[in-house]
Design a protein. Structure first.
Lengths: 110, 114
């Protein structure tokens, strides 16, 4: 199935560092969502974005809906060990289907 | 509040056997989705229902897969006969918007076909 390009594929960082990841698409999206998946669990919604240029925060997480509507960014500040997991972006476009990115694996070393 | 509930959590079955996965969406949600997750293909939408009616099943791999939603609080995904390449995590998700804005996932059913 169709997927978004998400980068980086994986990140290995030290506790306390900031993290940035992004998602790009060849088509315009109307909604961007960011999910986190812990091992053995289902994805959990972190942030939802509905307008181009929108910047939304959820604690240490900040996500932005790109101006071109073809990309989105997620930043995590001052990472902690429990931030470990796989982060997925998801976008909804004209077809109304929610398309998921390939995921970014985050590992945080205490 | 109870989230999306899936069963079984884990299943190991032999090739050729029938597999039935079950899902109870969040109460009040009118849209239900079945996704499959594998390392190679990531998260793929198999089928989604709106008000118990299948809207888009274009993601269902082949005729061996079928899904039903007999009422607003229950759905099944059936694979018959199962094959080793069906091994994956199958997620059920639900939404209250009738669309896609906020989808809540269950914990998944981990299927292994040997």
């Amino acid at each position: 199935g169709q997927q978004l390009n998400q980068s980086p594929q994986s990140m290995f960082i030290q506790e306390g560092e900031d993290v940035s990841m992004n998602c790009t698409s060849s088509s315009i999206f109307n909604t961007w969502l960011w999910y986190k998946q812990d091992p053995g669990e289902g994805p959990v919604l972190l942030i939802a974005l509905y307008k181009a240029g929108e910047l939304t925060s959820n604690g240490r997480l900040t996500a932005q809906f790109g101006i071109t509507r073809k990309d989105s960014f997620l930043n995590i500040s001052a990472s902690i060990p429990s931030d470990v997991g796989i982060y997925f972006c998801a976008g909804r476009g004209a077809t109304n289907k929610l398309i998921f990115g390939t995921g970014t694996l985050l590992a945080v070393q205490p | 509040d109870a989230g999306v509930i899936q069963s079984p959590r884990h299943e190991v079955t032999e090739m050729g056997q029938e597999v039935t996965l079950r899902c109870k969406p969040i109460s009040g949600h009118n849209s239900l989705f079945w996704y499959r997750q594998t390392m190679m293909r990531g998260l793929e939408l198999l089928i989604y229902f709106n008000n118990n009616v299948p809207i888009d099943d274009s993601g269902m791999p082949e005729d061996r897969f079928s899904a039903k939603m007999p009422n607003a609080s229950f759905s099944t995904l059936k694979i018959q006969p199962s094959e080793p390449r069906d091994s994956a995590v199958y997620f059920c998700a639900s939404s209250s918007s009738g669309g896609w804005d906020t989808i809540y996932f269950g914990e998944g059913s981990w299927l292994t076909v040997v």
